[in-house]
Design a protein around this ligand. Sequence first.
Ligand code: 16C
Ligand code: ATP
Ligand code: CA
Length: 566
Amino acid sequence: MEKQPRLFSSEFFHKNRQVELVLSRGVLAWRELDKGGKRGSDIKSAPETAHGHSVQVCEIVAVHKTEGDGKDQGSNRSRKKANKHVLLLPYAFTAFFVRRTQQHQWRCSEITFHCASHSLREQWIQALSEQLSSLTNRPKSLLVYINPYGGKRRGKRIYEQKVAPLFRHAGISADVIVTEYANHARDHLKTEANLDKYDGVVCVGGDGMFSEVLHGLVARTQSDHGVDQNQPDAQLVPCSLHIGIIPAGSTDCICFATIGTNDPVTSALHIIVGDSQPMDVCSVHHSDIFLRYSVSLLGYGFYGDVLTDSERKRWLGPARYDLSGVKTFLSHNYYEGSVSFLPAEDTIGNPRDKLRCRSGCHVCQHKPSSKDSEWDMSEEKEKFNEGGSGGWSVIRGKFIAINAACMSCACPRSPKGLSPSAHLADGTADLILVRKCSRLGFFRHLLRHTNKGDQFDHAFVEVHRVRGFRFQPRHQEPVSLEDLSEAPKKTRFGTMCSAQTTCGYGAAHSSWNCDGEILPHAAIQVSVQSRLIRLFARGIEEPQRFTFEDPSSPWALEPGTQQPAA
Ligand SMILES: CCCCCCCCCCCCC/C=C/[C@@H](O)[C@H](CO)NC(=O)CCCCCCCCCCCCCCC
Ligand SMILES: Nc1ncnc2c1ncn2[C@@H]1O[C@H](COP(=O)(O)OP(=O)(O)OP(=O)(O)O)[C@@H](O)[C@H]1O
Ligand SMILES: [Ca+2]
């Protein structure tokens, strides 16, 4: 940790109690003093240090001047007592800061410090404000898109009631566009928006709304740099603007998997403090034509069919996925085809290790060795096209589901996600192949997404960490006479050629679910674009606390502290 000089130490009052306030090493800390000016018991509101409470300056939302009768004074009795104090201590300032509550949720807390000296208050406000303005990663100006129809149609209200007040508080200006039609945000970003004005783009909605912003921003960045997205091998240019997500959709898996909760206030606070989380993006092509980008689920078979069916039930809101999920499960369809993939190097971990991607993840920070960095998708592809394997593996079979996930896809339906050990920014995706199996087997596999069981521990499931993959449905492959004689697959709940499938020579195909959008082609080629975008997030945090020995504890200070003149 970078050493910061101890700046100030002063005595203030908080709720009629004398406190020592210290600003040091990027930490604001306070502890109660007893009547004789000695250290006393703790004040509850910020994380406890060994002997008091503290907040990192980078997690302070704002510092405001407060009237001497600041509204932090609690009950009527204490207010009366405090009013007496106001006469003696007319100067006060309030610090608003991030407080962690349960399950990765953040809230904005405040604490007011009173004193008798105008200049002491001014010096503290100035010192804190200077430290806050030196945090250059914080956004000052945002472009916000609200989908008024996402999830339970609460996007507009959520933004106005929970997010806008926090942005105002933190001095962030926001230009807000409430979308009027699908792809409004995408097209506005692609061609119209003056992006030079902004430090970030925020979407209020679900994964579909995020996808619009992703497509708009990536397309704009490539066209500004003269890169053609249609070239599957093009070296895409990472986007300079960060993306913030205020969850107001049905799955909200990108928000959940990057922050740990779907809570608008928590997301707003991550945006305000200017968190930065790089993310991998899959680019999807068909015959060298660009189709879409994906950051969460790219799923053929089960999840493609769930999505196709659920689109007809949009009016049901988030419950549409459960209904279509049960229906698709009962249909128990499987699809034939071949999957070719380029495995990632072993150094990057594997989908069945227990190395979960968390804030400050070591796997994601792993710098490629010279051997790793020699990896080049286009070179590998050429070798593949020339008939050699070029490091590619090919698997043919009958699949209930083919899923690729650039990240865990954790969401409230499945808190550990489709691939619990996938990483947000390691340049790989996890490719999960679920072969034809019994209904009971598939049910157990699904159920394990919701409990502690290992969803990959089935004979019919395999999972690979990959740099890229291709899928070719069987009916588009050359068909043998033997194949032609095969009848359409029947199940107890209907033929394979149900509403969402197309028949051909005894085979059927599904659709790809690409982050909640249906792709128009079944044959696709996919490559992982490492760290193409950055979110206002920091990955899921592990619980953390200051300890007595912690050298970053503000109370472990060297002498020589500057005392501001009162
Ligand atoms: C027995 C309980 C099993 C529960 C299994 C839950 C697994 C859930 C895994 C969720 C993975 C989400 C990945 C994210 C995808 C998003 O880019 C996309 C757009 O928002 N959302 C969906 O496609 C939305 C996909 C929603 C899929 C819901 C599937 C529900 C399956 C229910 C099967 C029930 C069988 C019951 C038999 C009687
Ligand atoms: N004004 C609008 N009218 C109609 N559709 C819109 C509008 N704005 C955005 N959309 C589209 O609505 C779709 C769904 O939006 P969104 O992702 O916000 O909610 P959801 O589908 O309920 O949630 P999730 O994607 O998390 O499952 C997106 O594909 C988006 O393109
Ligand atoms: Ca990844």
